[in-house]
Design a protein around this ligand. Structure first.
Ligand SMILES: NC(=O)C1=CN([C@@H]2O[C@H](COP(=O)(O)OP(=O)(O)OC[C@H]3O[C@@H](n4cnc5c(N)ncnc54)[C@H](OP(=O)(O)O)[C@@H]3O)[C@@H](O)[C@H]2O)C=CC1
Ligand SMILES: O=C(O)C1=N[C@H](C(=O)O)C[C@H](O)C1
Length: 295
């Protein structure tokens, strides 16, 4: 007789980074797709004491906001213990600020709180190491849009299968994001790794990624006026030494909903691994895509 199938536990998402742009989009996506949103979230300094997230089909959830400081650990611990005592899987979602990446990850590790980290920047090596050294269910990725994840997977495969295929080519990268974005695109930085393998020679330096943050330059790049407050446009250009051959890869996103859907896929993916008793480890979005668990 086969072992009885374990019931799927319900999932509580702690949406850190509320009431930021992604935080709001993600909290709504969680509610839309049947996840519970915890009544507490980490936020930045000088934020209101709470935020109300409207559900698409009416109703709302109010989330208490905890600024950086000693209360953060206590409040997260309480949310984790409460969820677990109710038999639920609690997962932290982090879409905060580059300056908070490492501190927040260390806190999740300390509490044994599984997490999905979409926040870019910070010390990425240290981020990976803290998870690897301590063993935790975690997923880190600079981009959660299914089609961009697939594009990254393709570039990864091309780079490792045909390294040097673009030998002698020059590389230019331009990315445009809303003016409030604090750092260089994490997606563009990830892409540099694959493109450097493809072109060989002197590596392209991420410092040379051209960032557009001013509306005039953004519109000249093609960004529609209505998307200036929320967009992510990327162009990667590979040009042969004599200029006779040009390859151009683009991914242009207006708005943020596509990432929020991917975040819910990532949370469900981690919850499924926890449910099935898999080894605690660090995943990325390519793992979710390969598992066929992106909607
Ligand atoms: N992986 C992906 O698919 C995507 C990743 N991102 C990344 O997500 C991050 C957030 O983006 P976005 O929502 O647009 O940014 P926003 O600035 O709109 O929101 C960030 C929120 O985090 C808060 N915050 C600041 N410091 C902390 C802290 N120490 N702890 C908790 N919260 C804090 C901010 O508060 P305050 O305003 O007070 O600083 C703000 O409310 C960025 O790194 C961005 O690149 C974005 C889209 C997709
Ligand atoms: O800040 C954003 O908006 C985005 N950030 C991510 C990045 O830095 O690559 C992903 C996407 O570009 C949107």
């Amino acid at each position: 007789m086969s072992a009885p199938k374990k019931m799927k536990s319900s999932v509580v998402a702690v949406v850190n980074g509320l009431p930021g742009n992604m935080g709001k989009e993600i909290a709504q996506a969680c509610l839309r797709r049947g996840l519970e949103v915890a009544d507490v979230a980490l936020t930045g300094a000088n934020m209101p004491k709470d935020v109300t997230v409207e559900k698409d089909d009416g109703g709302s959830v109010t989330v208490n906001l905890v600024g950086p400081g000693s209360e953060a650990e206590t409040q997260l611990k309480e949310a984790l213990e409460k969820g677990r005592s109710e038999g639920k899987i609690v997962v932290a979602i982090d879409f905060t600020h580059p300056s908070a990446v490492n501190r927040n990850a260390e806190l999740y590790v300390k509490l044994g709180l599984p997490f999905v980290m979409g926040t870019t920047g910070g010390d990425r090596e240290a981020l990976q190491k803290v998870v690897a050294d301590n063993g935790l269910f975690a997923l880190i990725a600079p981009n959660m849009c299914k089609q961009i994840v697939a594009f990254q997977a393709m570039m990864d495969t091309m780079a490792s299968t045909y390294p040097g295929a673009f030998g002698g080519y020059g590389l230019e990268i331009t990315e445009s994001h809303q003016s409030g974005k604090a750092d260089t695109s994490g997606t563009a930085k990830a892409m540099v790794e694959y493109l450097n393998k493809l072109k060989g020679g002197d590596p392209f330096d991420v410092e040379d990624i051209k960032k557009l943050r001013e509306s005039e330059a953004q519109q000249a790049f093609g960004v529609p006026a209505e998307a200036l407050e929320g967009h992510a446009w990327h162009t990667y250009t590979l040009k042969s030494g004599d200029g006779s051959v040009v390859f151009e890869f683009k991914h242009n996103v207006c708005g943020r909903r596509t990432y929020a859907e991917g975040v819910v896929d990532a949370v469900n993916f981690l919850a499924a691994r926890i449910n099935e008793g898999a080894d605690k480890k660090l995943y990325d979005m390519i793992d979710v895509l390969k598992a066929g668990e992106m909607q």
